[in-house]
Design a protein around this ligand. Sequence first.
Ligand code: ARG
Length: 577
Amino acid sequence: MTYPKQIETLLRSALQQTSISAELPENLDVQVGPATDSRFGDYQSNVAMVLAKRLKTNPRALAEEISKHFNPGELCEPAQIAGPGFINFRITASSLEAGLIAQINDSERLSLPKLSSEDCKKIVIDFSAPNIAKPMHVGHIRSTIIGDCLARVSRALGHNVITDNHIGDWGTQFGMIIYGWKNFLDQAALNKNPIEALLEIYKKVNDASKDDDAIRQACRDELVKLQQGDAENLSIWNQCVALSRNSLEKIYALLDVKFDHWLGESFYNDRLAPLVKKLKEDGLAEESDGALCIFFPDDPNLAERAPCMIQKRDGGFNYATTDIATIEYRSEEFCADEIWYVVGAEQKLHFDQIFAVAKKCDLDTSLDFIPFGSIMGKDGKRFKTRSGDTVSLTDVLDEAVERAGKIIAEKNPDLSASEMEEISRIIGIGSVKYAELSQNRLTNYIFDWDNMLSLKGNTAPYLINAYVRTRAIFRKLGHEFQGVDSIQLTETAEKSLALKLAQYAEAVPTVLTDFRPNLLANYLYELANTFHSFYEHCPVLRSEGDVRTTRLALCDTTSKVLKKGLGLLGIETTDRM
Ligand code: ARG
C-alpha cells in the first residue's frame, strides 16, 4: 500500500476517536497529498480544515485534536500541525528502509500495486487512426503517442487492453484517388514512395477538379462503383490500402507502437445499412431534408446544435454512422467495459453526438473522449513546413534522429558507428515522445527542436542521461548490484531519494485519473533531480561498508524506476550516450 493510503487509514481511525466522531460524513474523503513545504513533512492532509468548515469549528483546534489521536506506529513521526490547520506527516527512516527493500525484492513491478480483479476493466483504446492515402501528419503524433502511453500504463496496472487502429480507409477521398490512379499514376514514383505518390495523385485530382464539373462527377462515379463492388476499383483500393499500411507499419516500428487490431472504417461497411435500418425502425433516426438524422431535443448540450447525420441524401453513410457501428461492435464482440478515444479536440461535437446515440441505444459501455490541443510552430501558429504544408510525421522523426546524432557525436565522440546510430534513434524518438507527454494534453504546445533535445531541463535527453549516470556507477563497480539484507538511511539526501522512489507507486496510477501522462513525466523528472542532488551529496563508490551498500541500492533502484517509468511513456533507455 502506498504511504498516502496508509496515512489515510490511520487518519480515519484517529477521527473515530475525536469528539466529532458521531458527526463524520459517511463517505468522508480523507485526502492525503504531498506536503506543500517539505520542511514540515512529506505528506499533508487538509481534512481538519474541510471538517471544521462543515461543522463550523476552529480548524487548528480540530487539527490538534486529530493529531493527538493519530497513532503513527512505525509509519511516520508524530503528526505536526502547520498553518491554518494542515496536518503534516514525515515518513520514518525505518519505513523508508523497509519500502526500499520491498522495492528491491520486487524487480518486476517495483512495488507498483496491481488492481483488484473487480477493478480490472476490458478497455478498447482507439488512437492514431490516420486517414490512409494521405501521409500521417504531425497532428496524428499526439494521438499515437498519448494513446500508446495510456495503453502501456493501463496494462501495467492490470487492465485488459485492446488497442485498435481505426484507420480512415473508406470514404470520399477514394473517389478522387481512384480517378487519379486511372489518369495520373506515376508508377515509378509509386514504387519509390507510395504515400508521397498517392498524395501527389490526390493533389493533382484536387487541383484538376477545382473548375471542372466533369472531373468532379467522374470522381463521384468512381466512388459509387467502388461502393457497389466494381472489381477494378476494389483492386485499386486494395492496393492503396496495402501500400499505405506498409508505410504506416514502418512508422509504428520506429515509434515502437503496436496495435492488436486494425479495424478501419471499411471493416464496418456491411454493418451500416442494417444499423441505419434499425435506428430508423426504433424511431431514433428521422428524415430531415432528404437525409437521415438523429436529434437530441432533451440534451441541453446537443439540442441546439446540428443533428447527427447517419445517411446522406444520396444514400451514402457518414463518419458518425461508422462510429456508431464501431461502438456496437466493440461492445458486443469485444465485450468492452470502456472505450477510450484519443482524438483532437476539434472532433468534440462528433463524439458528444455518437456517445449520445450509444446511450439512446442502451449500450452500456462507458465511453471517454480524450482530446488534445494543437502543435504550434515557434511563431505561435500551427506547425507547418516552410512552404506552408502540413509537416509529415516521417520527416519529423527523421529530423529528430539526425539532430540527436549531432548532439551525441559532440558529447561522446568515442562511440562506434553502430552505437551512434542506435543511441541517436533512442534519443531522437524519445525526445519527440517526451516533448508530447510532458505537456498537459489539452494545451497547444510549441514544437521546438532545441528545447526538446536539450540535455538540461524537463526533456528526454536529461532523463535518459540520469539513467546513463546510474549505469556508469555499476560499470565502474565492475558488476551489477547484488542485493542487500539491510538498508540504513541516514543522510537527508538518501531519505529524500528513497521517498521519491517509493512514490513511483503513487505516480503511475494518477496517469489514468484524468488521462494525464504528464503526471508520470513530471514524477520522473523529479526523480532525476532528486537523484542528482543525492549523487552530489553522497559519494557512492568512495564510501564503504553498509553506507556503500545502501547507496548502491538507491542507485540501482533509481536506475530501474527510471527505465520502467520511461518504458511506460514508450521511451527506451540506453546504457551510454
Ligand atoms: N481518422 C480520423 C482522423 O484522422 C480519426 C479517427 C478517430 N477514431 C474514431 N473512431 N473516429 O481525423
